[in-house]
Ligand binder design. Structure first.
Ligand code: AMP
Ligand code: FE
Ligand code: FE
Ligand code: ZN
Length: 295
């Protein structure tokens, strides 16, 4: 296989956040899908890195990462949710660890409030039970609450649960106090990692960051933009590609795989091998892991 034939997916979630595959299952799914490289990018945690490193199948390469829940503040003061993919940073960097702990607490508080609002409306959700069911050391999110709503029979699928109860336009939605994205970019760089803006124009999810703001983040040390993402239409991709070219940002493509919590298969979108090589050459906080032996 030549270098340019490599299939690379740099965004996937495990049971360490809101995916349904364990880190080991995720890596085996990646290998089975014919991928050569996959990144593990759970929300706000590196909890899966060790288990993942211990189970990389032959022929596969693991890129350790994290999808950081951030906020960008509009001139009007309004906070817009922004996800930052951080790769190859030092997982023991104190500032990042402290922020991950704060976000875990914030996520539990917020999910409890959302569930309590549902209980008040007579929906079959028990906030205390929900939180005791979920691991206190792992980040919890709306997909966990969606699963409860589906199991209780008040939604037909995870997507339906989001549409009916969980998107930001619904009355049960409670915002989180996320990390200012400018600060996150600096912390990732200080921990020796590289940062890529995740699905910046995923309009379906709610308000998004704009082109001017991305220009500002590029000046602060942002390394790349995730352009090829299932939530981006052709127009969004075109606009983002032009923006990346203008500011010398790397362009990535990834599936944002969540196992059974989303219909998108692993490897549905991919990244150019030259881009991965560039990301690896810029990062010095941690290294990729290669599965031993031949596939
Ligand atoms: P949270 O981190 O609690 O704000 O939840 C956000 C997560 O929910 C994202 O990581 C997505 O994986 C998932 N999500 C957002 N919108 C939808 C949707 N419409 N259908 C299914 N999952 C979604
Ligand atoms: Fe998610
Ligand atoms: Fe995301
Ligand atoms: Zn994601």
């Amino acid at each position: 296989m030549t270098h340019s034939d490599l299939r690379i997916d740099l965004h996937a979630h495990s049971t360490c956040s809101d995916g349904t595959d364990t880190p080991s299952e995720l890596l085996h799914a990646a290998a089975a899908a014919g991928l050569d490289v996959v990144a593990l990018t759970d929300h706000d945690t590196t909890a899966g890195w060790e288990a993942a490193r211990a189970s990389v199948p032959a022929g596969l390469t693991l890129v350790p990462g994290m999808e950081w829940s951030c906020a960008w503040h509009h001139r009007t003061g309004r906070a817009v949710s922004v996800h930052l993919l951080a790769y190859l940073f030092d997982p023991s960097a104190d500032a990042m660890l402290a922020e991950q702990r704060r976000l875990r607490t914030e996520r539990r508080r917020r999910l409890h409030t959302m569930a309590a609002r549902m209980t008040d409306d007579g929906l079959p959700v028990d906030p205390e039970r929900l939180l005791t069911q979920l691991d206190a050391d792992l980040p919890v999110g709306r997909p966990h609450l969606a699963r409860v709503l589906v199991d209780a029979g008040v939604a037909t699928s995870i997507d339906d649960a989001f549409a009916r109860y969980l998107t930001s336009s619904r009355r049960y939605y409670v915002p989180r106090e996320d990390t200012p994205v400018e600060q996150a970019i600096e912390m990732v760089a200080a921990a020796g990692g590289v940062s890529v803006l995740a699905h910046p124009f995923a309009y379906r999810r709610g308000p998004t960051i704009d082109a001017d703001a991305i220009t500002g983040l590029a000046a602060l040390g942002l390394t790349g933009i995730e352009v090829d993402h299932p939530d981006h239409d052709g127009e969004a991709r075109q606009e983002l590609r032009a923006l990346a070219a203008k500011h010398d940002l790397l362009v990535t493509g990834s599936s944002d795989y969540h196992g059974a919590n989303k219909p998108i298969p692993i490897g549905a979108e991919t990244t150019d091998p030259a881009v991965l090589a560039e990301l690896c050459s810029l990062a010095r906080g941690s290294t990729v892991s290669m599965g031993e032996g031949r596939r």
